[in-house]
Write a protein that binds this ligand. Structure first.
Ligand SMILES: Nc1ncnc2c1ncn2[C@@H]1O[C@H](COP(=O)(O)OP(=O)(O)OP(=O)(O)O)[C@@H](O)[C@H]1O
Length: 309
């Protein structure tokens, strides 16, 4: 079987006596966007910095495309692109000068620099600004240049730290689309605090709390992490509230409008089915029944409180 693009084994790091991250294990597949979530101080930056080869871990291993980052850092880093939260832009460079400078740092073959800079600029939608000084670009376009420098050497794995920070809503949409676009043929690890961003961009999620992984799975699994236990019921000719309360498995009834109720129930699917059947059999005129799912914020809050030890 092919190597996963990233494999992290028992990764641990301490800056002082306290462990910042402890025994982290995960793999990242070769395409798509993975969201890295966690509260402030959870260990996201520490993990990302180690995976990008910016910080050397206290213990454990990181393999990038099967190459041990600690043993062969130069070779491993050819596969990695990184856009830190604070963009490392030289504002007095033009877009082309800056990307060329980054291509040199990435040790791209001299004959290929122009072509690869052109391709990255084109892909990130900044080619028409190639002669413009970075300081004269809007925040959204500076962010695009930040992404272009991360992919200039065509790495298989890109790490983006809070890529939409400080952008306006239109710029956010554009950058999200760009991230999705570049993840078509590479893997992107995206750190963010914004859960709508995760929902809009990521297929997979890793969540860290107190230096440990508390969740690793698909966005659907994250979304369904909390079993629903309430539903909204709209009835054309509703019975008295007491009648609804008597239904098997129903724990609470809240009237939201003359025809609309929120029913707390035991979470059993069969209870929901029985509520639907009772509404039909009793002629209550069932118009709508909708299971209420927990929001991503509620899932995040619940996982944050989970004891990772
Ligand atoms: N250079 C450092 N020296 C000492 N402790 C540090 C250092 N950097 C981070 N830490 C500690 O390590 C832990 C993990 O921090 P880290 O920055 O990785 O978290 P984070 O999830 O990225 O947080 P944030 O979302 O606030 O950026 C925290 O307890 C933090 O205080």
């Amino acid at each position: 079987m092919e190597n996963p693009i990233v494999k992290v084994e028992n990764l641990s790091h301490r800056y002082t006596a306290q462990w910042a991250i402890r025994d982290i294990n995960f793999e990242i597949r070769d395409k798509g966007v993975v969201g890295l979530l966690g509260s402030n101080g959870a260990g996201k930056s520490t993990t990302m910095n180690i995976i990008c080869g910016v910080l050397k871990q206290t213990k454990g291993e990181v393999f990038i495309n099967g190459i041990n980052l600690k043993d062969k850092p130069v070779e491993a880093k050819r596969n990695i692109g990184f856009m830190p939260q604070k963009l490392p832009l030289h504002l007095d460079f033009t877009v082309e000068e800056y990307l060329t400078y980054c291509a040199d740092l990435r040790m791209i073959d001299k004959h290929k620099v122009k072509e690869m800079v052109g391709a990255a600029a084109e892909r990130c939608g900044v080619a028409h600004f190639r002669g413009r000084l970075l300081r004269n670009l809007s925040g959204g376009y500076q962010q695009r240049v930040g992404i272009a420098q991360a992919i200039v050497h065509n790495p298989k794995f890109v790490v983006l730290d809070e890529p939409t920070n400080g952008l306006d809503p239109n710029q956010i949409l554009e950058v999200r689309n760009l991230i999705k676009e570049i993840s078509q043929d590479r893997s992107v690890l995206l750190s963010t605090h914004i859960l709508t961003e995760v929902q809009a961009t990521c297929q997979d999620i890793k969540m860290i709390e107190e230096g440990k992984i508390v969740f690793a799975g698909t966005i659907e699994m994250f979304d369904n992490y909390i079993e629903p236990n309430s539903l909204i019921l709209s009835l054309d000719t509703p019975p008295l509230q007491d009648e609804l309360m008597k239904l098997e498995g129903v724990k609470s009834v809240e009237q939201m409008a003359s025809y609309k109720f929120r029913l707390g129930y035991d979470g059993d699917k069969r209870t929901a089915q029985k509520i639907a059947a009772a509404s039909v059999n009793n002629g209550w005129g069932l118009m709508e029944m909708m299971i209420e799912k927990s929001s991503l914020d509620a899932v995040f809050a619940s996982l944050s409180k989970k004891n990772p030890n």
